[in-house]
Design a protein around this ligand. Structure first.
Ligand code: NAD
Length: 277
């Protein structure tokens, strides 16, 4: 391998990528970093105004982006979104399945025992995280299979390795995302092409809107009991910032990881390595 090839690992020019949930806290930073590497990026989100903000931020700094409204649970709309992206940017070679999250109604607590969690809240969380990764992979993965090249990156979580207390549906759904990542990696490589790779990142604890008031007190901003426990179990003793994910994301999308597929890479400040003793 020449030094020129190595120096071009992170030159994504000529590539077209889609990121679902691209209007969100973590995925918007991924989108900005991907565009900075030269890729054309479609910011797909259920909330078009969030997607538009990220797209504007990228285009203002000289990158190439479009905002696309779509629900990751609506197959017809995803197919239309794909057509829109392909017309604008050409064939999509990379999909990042970023849309996901928990729901307070699917979280146990003093006023909400496990036995009373409403089925519709449980289904919402399962659907968003696991079905919401599978459907876009069907829609965008089909053309990767036809072209025999592509890259899919899922967003799993720490709770896929060992479940976290209080969030049974989210933990099980993210375990499903990790399992699906391995399944799809094998399926794509064996049935279509070894040049279609599927991996996941498993972020540790990042303070975002989804978990802010589980981890910090709404009135004082101080760590909650749960926040303190996380800190005590994170050898690096801090929450992650969205920027902490970028190196791993870019590596998994780049030819630098050409022989890596079916992996779930923790980005967690050491949380998953620490037994607590
Ligand atoms: P976020 O809520 O900021 O972003 C999620 C985005 O997804 C939002 O823009 C939302 O509009 C969009 N979205 C929601 N439902 C959608 C749907 N049905 N179709 C299309 N778009 C939809 O969340 P975040 O904290 O940035 O999380 C991003 C990903 O990282 C999620 O998969 C989350 O589960 C995962 N994650 C987050 C953390 C954390 O600490 N924040 C840790 C581990 C994993």
């Amino acid at each position: 391998m020449t030094s020129e090839m190595i120096s071009k690992f992170y030159d994504f020019s000529g590539r077209s990528m889609v990121i679902t949930g691209g209007g969100g806290v973590l995925c918007s930073e991924m989108a900005v970093a991907i565009a900075a590497c030269g890729a054309r990026i479609a910011i797909l989100d259920r909330d078009l105004s969030l997607a538009q903000k990220v797209s504007d931020r990228i285009t203002k700094s000289g990158g190439t982006a479009i905002a696309v409204q779509a629900d990751v649970l609506n197959l017809d709309r995803l197919a239309e979104a794909k057509e829109q992206v392909t017309k604008t940017f050409g064939d999509v070679d990379t999909l990042i399945n970023g849309a996901g999250g928990n729901n307070p109604k699917a979280t146990t607590g003093a006023a909400q025992p496990f036995f009373n969690l409403p089925p519709e809240a449980l289904r919402f969380v399962f659907d968003l995280n696991i079905v919401g990764a599978i459907l876009p992979s069907q829609v965008f993965g089909r053309s990767m299979a036809e072209r025999k090249r592509g890259n899919i990156l899922n967003v799993s979580s720490m709770n896929a390795f060992r479940p976290l207390t209080r969030i049974p549906a989210y933990s099980a759904a993210k375990a499903g995302v990790s399992n699906f990542t391995q399944w799809l990696a094998v399926h794509m490589a064996q049935e279509y092409s070894p040049e279609i790779r599927v991996n996941a990142i498993a972020p540790g604890f990042f303070l975002t809107e989804q978990n802010r008031f589980l981890l910090t007190d709404q009135a004082t901003g101080a760590l909650t009991e749960r926040g303190k426990k996380i800190m005590d179990h994170t050898p690096m003793a801090r929450f992650g910032t969205p920027h902490d994910l970028l190196g791993t994301v870019l590596w998994l999308l780049s030819p630098a990881s050409a022989f890596v597929t079916g992996t779930i890479v923790p980005v967690d400040g050491g949380f998953s390595a620490y037994s607590g003793v």
